[in-house]
Design a protein around this ligand. Structure first.
Ligand SMILES: *Cc1c(COP(=O)(O)O)cnc(C)c1O
Length: 400
């Protein structure tokens, strides 16, 4: 549960600064707000932390994906390559722009396989979304290289690996754009919230305008008199979220540091399990250690181990059968049941491609995820928990 475990007096202090002025909106109200601009400060702090040119706070990670895709001019007729193992929001955001998601495959990193990108190219491919799942980086250098060769835009979905990096460069800053999520379950939280990251002034401006009804946020005029170039929507972050974000950002490196220690302890408690192989992390120094993941030699052994561990009081997540994180389990998506009864954009004449989603298209994801178990790593490890895991593992090893 990461950042939510550490909510305390620092968050309360930041929130009180806002509540004392009563100004919950990030824009306007310049007199009443008495110099308090929490969202702006959070954005500046976050951009500095990541080493990114620009950061824009928005209402959720899903909204951040939609805003970034829109800034990249992804829309009807386009295809976007996405891994089959991600939270469903990545696919939903693509559909929201009127584009159609195309499924790639994963590799042993459990993230998008760079080599699957070229297999899914079509005349309509506009962008690729690598997702840094479960705390650890994709092979993002290769992904950016292959995308560049084919003039595809890269949007990093870094909802699950805030503070992670690859070869010293923070995740979210490798592609044309990146996004983060601060929902209640993420590495740092603002309750709900998200961030759009880019080094491009143009992409930042388009995101900024779009996320707030087209307002150009010209500081020289009042809000009602601001200029506008494009229509937009409302995906604004509010000051309470900004306040929480500021306090949580200061704790991010501590969160990651504690998770790493705890992950190492769990790893050593499991290391005696016969045939166990821990997730291949392309750059272990960039792991946020939000999750520990490992595979066993067969799907049968994996399920038997999960069951035996559960009997010993230790639960793992089997994403292979999870309803929200693995494409073949999304019957509603496969049936193209968007919220629009006309099944837009799949059935729209603007779409000329032939995207399909059968399991045969991502054989590595099938082979790897059916043998992989996951456990969220806490920031605060309860006393005796590692010993419990070790004892349960010793017993469960006999069941496989
Ligand atoms: C959580 C998540 C999102 C969406 O973030 P919200 O803030 O919950 O809208 C997008 N992508 C991935 C991979 C996620 O895990």
């Amino acid at each position: 549960m990461a950042g939510s475990e550490l909510i305390g007096k620092e968050e309360i202090k930041e929130l009180m600064d806002v509540l004392e002025t009563g100004v919950l909106m990030r824009y306007g109200h310049d007199k009443e707000r008495k110099g308090v601009f929490k969202v702006r400060q959070f954005e500046q702090g976050f951009a500095r932390y990541l080493g990114a040119g620009y950061a824009l706070g928005v209402s959720s990670g899903t909204a951040a994906l939609k805003v970034a895709l829109t800034a990249l001019d992804v829309g009807p007729g386009d295809e976007v390559i996405v891994p089959p193992f991600t939270f469903v929001a990545t696919y939903e955001a693509v559909l929201e722009t009127g584009a159609v998601p195309v499924v790639g495959d994963i590799d042993e990193s459990l993230n998008l396989d760079p080599d699957s990108i070229e297999k899914r190219l079509s005349p309509y491919t506009k962008a690729v979304i690598p997702v840094h799942m479960c705390g650890a980086p994709s092979r993002i250098d290769r992904i950016v290289e292959i995308a560049g060769k084919h003039r595809l835009k890269v949007l990093e979905d870094n909802a699950q690996s805030a503070g992670g990096s690859f070869r010293g460069k923070k995740l979210g800053t490798w592609g044309d754009m990146g996004i983060l999520s601060f929902d209640y379950y993420k590495t740092m939280t603002t309750g709900e919230g998200g961030m759009v990251i880019t080094n491009s002034k143009e992409l930042y401006d388009r995101s900024d305008w779009y996320h707030d009804h087209g307002h150009d946020h010209n500081p020289k005029v009042t809000r009602a008199m601001e200029g506008r170039f494009i229509l937009g929507f409302n995906y604004r972050m509010n000051e309470l979220q900004g306040a929480l974000g500021l306090a949580q950002l200061r704790k991010l490196d501590t969160i990651i540091g504690e998770q790493r220690k705890n992950k190492a302890a769990v790893k050593s408690a499991l290391s005696g399990v016969p045939g166990i192989r821990f997730r291949a992390i392309p750059d272990p120094d960039g792991d946020t250690a939000t999750f520990i993941a490992f595979s066993l030699p067969s799907a049968e052994a994996t399920k038997a181990f999960q069951k035996a561990m559960s009997a010993g009081g230790v639960d793992f997540v089997y994403f292979y059968e999870n309803f929200w994180h693995y494409l073949p389990n999304w019957e509603h998506f496969i049936a193209k049941c968007t919220a629009c009864s006309a099944r837009y954009p799949f059935a729209d004449p603007s779409y000329k491609g032939k995207a399909s989603y059968g399991r045969e298209l991502y054989p590595k994801a099938e082979a790897i995820l059916s043998r992989t178990l996951f456990m969220a790593v806490p920031v605060k490890m309860p006393a005796g928990r590692v010993e419990q895991i070790a004892a349960a593992a010793e017993k469960a090893a006999k069941a496989i």
